[in-house]
Design a protein around this ligand. Sequence first.
Ligand code: GDP
Length: 410
Amino acid sequence: MAKVRIYQLAKELGMENKELMELLDTMGVEYKSHASTLDEETAAAVKEIVAEQKGLEEKKKAEEARAALPKRPPVVTIMGHVDHGKTTLLDYLRHSRIAEREAGGITQHVGAFTVETPQGRIVFIDTPGHEAFTTIRERGARVADIAVIVIAADDGIMPQTKEAIAHAKAAGVPMIFAINKIDLPRADVDKVMQDLMKEGFVPEAYGGDAIVVPISAKTGENVDELLDMILLVAEMEDLRADPEAEPRGVILESKRDKQAGVLVTLLVHEGTFRVGDYLVAGDVWGKIRAMVDPDGKQVKEALPGTAVQVLGFRDLPEAGTTVEWVPDEVAAKHIAEERREERKAREQEEAERRKVKSMADLLRQMQEGQKAEINLILRADTQGSLEAIKGILAKEETEDVKINVLLEAV
Ligand code: GDP
């Protein structure tokens, strides 16, 4: 970079001469007029400062734009070990909601429902198990904003509790621990707290920052406190969405109904979906013929943070698939077709790769002196058989073959 005059640099940076000269003053650079020449170093320093200022301004603008967007309700998933009370808690929440509204109408099962509290709304996903959660995570989207991990106070942390924690952690979703069944005489809340500490979560009561709420899903004791904590975490996450943005969502459930055809539950993340809109979910397309909200009411539009049942998909999209809005039928068909072909190609490629990664290849790798790694997820019917398999695998590990157990569960 050659030497440059002040007015030339100002033009290059899109600034007024006066503005640049003021900046030079603050930098302690001496000059005679806007025709003075700056040396290379000074010019470079000026450029750096201006770029930094611009970056800050843009960041501030982006933050301001975000802060101006309306808040959206948090989407919560309930996870935990079998029999620890997930279903009971969901039922309690669902009923408390109906009671509050005095609606008494027939509620529609759409895979999610909303609880109204004086402090705000909360959307609960009631897809059983955490399959949907897992597939969604694998696709890189985050369906839930908060995970409630239910732990029975008479049982403590069990394998599926650990699995649930691992999933939430991997998805970067904040967790709230609900210690359930405190109405039971043999409930031992302290023991569960100790269990949590062993997993690296120090409860607030012990000076840490893990949020722990003892509840009874059966009697409803302290469930209000749990809702408060959910809203508090949601507040900290500062969840906002633009109802005017291009609509985007995720499939929570999809099934075929004899009468209605394909029924899909769609959770809206951004923008507003309207009856008549064209959609694509993976390689399936559709046109929204009708939408039903969790109260069984027909609605014309679905805002961010709401779950609706959608009628009009041509085929069954997979749970966990992202849903995109497209302008018309031509685009919808085109994109779905393109994806179907892409998927075919990918599947072929994968089949080829699987062939290559055969045992023979691993052996060859070993012979060539490379370290082979095998990543495993272990699932067994009992803790005992899991331990046994782990024991065998540990013996199989050699200098050349490393066995990584990513996750183990019963
Ligand atoms: P899930 O497998 O996690 O969905 O567990 P469920 O909700 O089906 O609960 C398993 C059993 O525990 C059922 O018999 C429930 O009635 C019982 N249960 C759930 N929550 C509570 C609770 O807070 N107190 C008591 N005493 N029993 C509970």
